[in-house]
Design a protein around this ligand. Structure first.
Ligand SMILES: [Zn+2]
Length: 507
């Protein structure tokens, strides 16, 4: 069979990642969009026909394409029009000034994102200090938590915020006359001109290249603000062929009616685009850390009534505990669960909750790279027992709890190798390695970034995330042998090739 139809055969990989293990001397045969055979040795030669492209992997490692089960692709695309302080390692106003200089003649908006919030606060950054970066162009700076933004004097002048009827009240608060806004300030979003469609599309193209260059072949857009307009946007980008990786877009639970009116529910879609879960993030929606259980229950019921998968924003142990209690109370109602329930983030996961999380049908969608970047409060570390509940990945797996990995980019680092490195080493950039006993093996960490994501793929029921006959040929070739790699080598590795749907894609 294979001999006539093989379109691509990947050979000479040092190792191929199969069933959670590195296997040496293995080849992979691809026909159309599928893997048709995985074999050992030189037997691949019998599959070669005149139309077959034989790809030499040059001793690299072949992995299933990475599946980023929690990220915000459109935010990443929009970031393309911003100066990204994290990416460009800007930590001071001086750094920023030198990054801005080339544009300073222009009077167009300068947008800056991911400015380190600790430096922002310790420097008492305000509009007057920002004026030292540029006075001629309006400048908008957002910090790395996304919770504070500052405008320079020109930006305040252009938006009229400084001169509006609420200027006096603002002066009393001492906030916006200094150009500082906290939270999602509507006046800012109303007054700052939006990006043009051309700018957004350029961002999507840049995003596409970035994802493929990291070997990410599927993304789950977990933004709670996604409505029908976001869905249409993705449809357009897919149709235009400018976004290659598979996209599973969640719907904001409070916007579910828009989808229901169009007859859409989880699992709907085609051509690499699929409607995902209802994202229930009541805390973010209402801007409170401890929302009422009744509101959470309202959205859970609504999602289940309309055949949506549940994705619960559980960024704290309070939210996780509450979500589990609400689900318990609903279990007796006989609401059918069509899909695994997703618990997003769970950075703190106390053992007292584990018995409610194990077993099929529940998945913790975690971001190990956030563990790398976020400093754990000293008090938490020293408090006996408390710190063990920070990303206790090994214990969770041993308790039979399902975990999938993701980045939460642009908040977290997009490159899956960072998350895999952290889960493997437990190294953080602030506190050395934290609770190394919770580290998992390299193979296991890769598995959670691939197969575990395939389990959450609603479009084609577990046909992505593994290298096996019959699976979608979404693959990534790394530039070195992972079976004998050290942590530093892992961080230095690069992607040589990415395949989506059996096609080699350029990036
Ligand atoms: Zn997120």
């Amino acid at each position: 069979m294979g001999a006539e139809t093989a379109e691509i055969i990947l050979v000479n990989a040092s190792t191929v990642f199969i069933e959670g293990k590195f296997k040496p001397d293995t080849y992979v045969v691809i026909s159309h969009d599928r893997i048709t055979q995985v074999g050992v040795g030189s037997q691949w030669r019998s599959h070669v026909s005149k139309n077959t492209e034989v790809v030499d992997c040059d001793g690299g490692t072949l992995l299933p394409g990475f599946i980023d089960t929690h990220c915000h692709p459109m935010a990443m695309a929009l970031m393309h029009s911003y100066i990204d302080c994290k990416e460009r390692q800007i930590v001071s106003l001086e750094d920023l000034a030198s990054a801005v200089t080339p544009m300073s003649g222009a009077s167009e908006w300068i947008r800056v994102a991911n400015y380190p919030s600790d430096s922002l606060h310790s420097m008492h950054l305000d509009c007057h200090r920002l004026d030292s970066v540029t006075q001629s162009a309006p400048l908008l700076l957002i910090d790395d938590t996304g919770q504070t933004c500052i405008m320079n004097s020109e930006a305040l002048k252009r938006t009229g915020i400084n001169h509006g009827p609420d200027a006096l009240a603002a002066a009393n608060y001492g906030l916006n006359l200094r150009g500082i806004f906290t939270g999602n300030d509507k006046r800012v979003s109303d007054c700052v001109p939006p990006l043009s469609e051309t700018e957004i599309e350029a961002g999507v193209r840049a995003l596409n290249r970035k994802l493929l260059s990291f070997g990410i072949t599927s993304v789950h857009d977990t933004s709670w603000t996604n409505g029908l307009d976001s869905w249409r946007r993705y449809n357009a980008y897919k149709q235009a062929g400018i976004l290659t990786p598979r996209v599973q877009m969640m719907a904001g639970a409070q916007l579910l009616d828009q989808f229901v009116a169009e007859g859409l529910s989880s699992g709907y879609g085609k051509d690499g685009l699929c409607l995902g879960a209802a994202k229930i993030a009541v805390d973010e929606l209402l801007g409170t850390e401890q929302p009422d259980a009744a509101i959470v229950e309202f959205y859970i019921r609504k999602a289940l009534d309309h055949r949506f998968q549940l994705s619960l924003h559980t960024g704290s142990s309070y939210l996780l505990k509450m979500a589990l209690e609400v689900l318990d109370s609903l279990a007796s109602d006989g609401h059918p669960l069509l899909w695994p329930i997703r618990f997003e983030h769970c950075p703190v996961c106390p053992p007292s909750l584990w018995n409610k999380l194990h077993g099929n049908g529940k998945v913790l969608v975690m971001q190990p790279a956030l563990f790398y970047e976020f400093s754990i409060p000293e008090a938490e570390l020293t408090q006996q027992g408390a710190a063990e509940s920070w990303y206790p990945i090994k214990s969770l797996l041993e308790a039979g709890i399902s975990v999938a990995f993701s980045s939460d980019a642009p908040l977290g680092i997009l490159n899956p190798l960072t998350g895999i490195y952290v889960a493997w080493t437990r190294n953080t950039c602030h506190a050395g390695s934290v609770y190394k006993s919770e580290s998992i093996g390299l193979e296991c960490a890769i598995d959670l970034y691939t197969r575990a994501g395939g389990y959450l793929d609603l479009s084609n029921s577990q046909k992505t995330g593994q290298i096996a006959s019959g699976m979608k040929a979404d693959l990534v070739l790394m530039d070195r042998d992972f079976s004998c790699i050290d942590p530093k080598g892992l961080l230095d590795s690069r992607v040589n090739l990415t395949l989506v749907d059996g096609k080699l894609v350029a990036f």
